[in-house]
Write a protein that binds this ligand. Structure first.
Ligand code: ATP
Length: 425
């Protein structure tokens, strides 16, 4: 066996995307007499700055000879290096041997590529050390993702599937012709095995990208046959080619457990805390609140639900200081960009100034440490009153809607969460 990793082939001028390149390379290997056993689509750290879109890297598991594999991959990548698109910095890594036998150091690199920020030198050093063939073009930054894709088979614990249909090349850049009713019907029939195909509440076919490029639609789910069946039911312009990938999408592989005090920019976390401020809608419609550490109240971090998360913001607006949460998201500029959160406990009461039993009006302070009184009726109260809060939220997990989901984030409907889930669909 041979494992080929490729990354960073996106080019605005050529309308490329790495999944498309990998699909073409698989066809080329086939025409050359080799077979391709698996195609992997790996989402790496979504916080990487120079990603084009979803920070994808690709791997092919094939029986091609490693040298032949490298030269065929290079033949696909060479033309890309000719473009002067500064975003394109392709890399390829070829590992001789079975994907099951990738050395631990490469698996570990792959795990870190999903959660940390790595550099090209360490990728190239490691590839050399373990005897992999590799090449880079225009800086070769793609070698980071390519090596991570090679190690992914041994590094990743959970696999999901995506069926991607590609457009005829000449149509790239023109509006996509996809019959939305057929997308909604197919999505409904296969939910929840197949997820994030549409955003039902927003009435949006999220499987059809907006950005230019060769992808017509991508259908994601837990089962390869199910994603293919949904794709087959979609009526659209001609599909030039299609491929089914094993992916780490929808798995939360990017999240690590953290505490409020140890969050770092560029990482994504699952962190417990208590709401420390009333939610506030700021310019642009983004909703912020502060979260504090439960055992160290001085330790705080801002959390934000951005405007595109739409109705998720209403969940955030429903929070009150004192609510215990687990929040998940990437940290950037010292702020947690929320992807999902769990309500662990809700504050049910609030202390307020007492009201007069005679006239129903709010009492006034009777002076320092002297309780409250009603000037008109003369009634008094020694303490502040406790009122019950009306809460719209329940204990359990809430998430952004499908239209705002990050590729790697796990939809609640996939299950396995430690509290009741309130999935968006
Ligand atoms: P496409 O795959 O369609 O070309 P993309 O959104 O996946 O677009 P890329 O163009 O691949 O983005 O850019 C991502 C770049 O970041 C690649 O060069 C990749 O090697 C690199 N990269 C990936 N993960 C990491 C990481 N953890 N640390 C540093 N660099 C990374």
């Amino acid at each position: 066996m041979t494992v080929i990793g490729v990354d960073d082939t996106d080019s605005r001028t050529r309308g490329m995307c790495t999944t498309y390149l990998a699909t073409r390379l698989a066809a080329r290997l086939g025409a050359d007499g080799a077979s391709v056993r698996r195609k992997l689509l790996i989402r790496l750290n979504p916080a990487v700055e120079h990603k084009t879109r979803g920070n994808a890297a690709l791997a092919l598991h094939t029986d091609a000879d490693p040298d032949r594999a490298l030269s065929l991959a290079a033949a696909e990548l060479d033309p890309l290096a000719e473009t002067d698109d500064p975003r394109t910095s392709p890399g390829v890594v070829v590992a001789p041997g079975s994907p099951d036998e990738v050395p631990n150091a490469v698996r570990s690199f792959s795990r870190r590529a999903v959660r940390d920020i790595l550099d090209r030198e360490s990728a190239v050093d490691l590839a050399d050390r373990v005897g992999y063939r590799h090449r880079g073009w225009s800086g070769g930054r793609g070698q980071i993702g390519a090596l991570a894709a090679v190690g992914a088979w041994g590094a990743n614990g959970t696999w999901t599937h995506e069926r991607i249909a590609y457009r005829e090349f000449d149509r790239c850049g023109t509006p996509r012709e996809v019959d939305e009713a057929s997308v909604f019907d197919a999505a409904e029939a296969a939910y929840p095995t197949v997820w994030d195909t549409v955003d039902r509440t927003a009435g949006e076919a999220v499987c059809v990208p907006n950005a230019p490029g060769p992808i017509l639609y991508g259908i994601r789910g837990d089962d390869p046959d199910a994603v293919e069946a949904v794709a087959d039911r979609i009526r659209s312009e001609p599909v030039e080619r299609a491929a089914t990938f094993l992916t780490n999408q929808g798995t939360d592989a990017h999240l690590r457990d953290g505490t409020v005090g140890d969050l770092r920019d560029g990482g994504a976390y699952r962190v417990d805390g208590t709401v420390a401020s009333d939610p506030e809608t700021r310019q642009g419609g983004h909703v912020f609140f502060a979260l504090r550490d439960r055992s160290d109240p001085a330790s705080r971090v801002d959390c934000v639900a951005f405007e595109p998360t739409k109705r998720f913001r209403d969940r955030i607006r429903g929070l009150r200081p004192g609510d215990d949460l687990t929040v998940c998201g990437e940290v950037s500029g010292g702020t947690v960009k929320l992807e999902k959160f769990a309500v662990r406990s809700l504050r049910r009461t609030e202390s307020t100034t007492p009201t007069c039993s005679g006239c129903g009006r709010t009492m006034e302070s009777a002076g320092r440490d002297q309780g409250y009184r009603c000037r008109d009726c003369g009634t008094t109260a020694a303490e502040r009153a406790t009122v019950t809060l009306d809460r719209d939220l329940e204990v359990g997990w809430y998430e952004v809607p499908p239209r705002a989901r990050r590729h790697i984030a796990k939809p609640l409907v996939r299950g396995g969460f430690d509290a009741p889930a309130h999935p968006e669909r």
